[in-house]
Design a binder for this molecule. Sequence first.
Ligand code: ZN
Length: 96
Amino acid sequence: MKSPKIVFRKNPEFTKCPSCGEFATLRKSKARTPWEQFVKKYTPFKYYRCKNCGWRGTIFTYKVTKTSIKNLAGYLFVALLAAYIIRIILKRFIIK
Ligand SMILES: [Zn+2]
């Protein structure tokens, strides 16, 4: 069974630069410090540099869509429903 996607990866190389606003000028930048390596490895933020204006910083590499919000709401509903059912079962059979 294929699970619905919550987030979609985007490629910031084709989005506009947060500093100068030019399109397709961002290139991947290497992590310089251990902190940057940590960020690069364990978070959805990646380091990019603009070849037009020299801006360098982190960019969030996932995009949230309408479908992903719908899927997330669905998961939350199922989780809450499960918690509610477990609570009823616990009340009935364990707590007396
Ligand atoms: Zn720029």
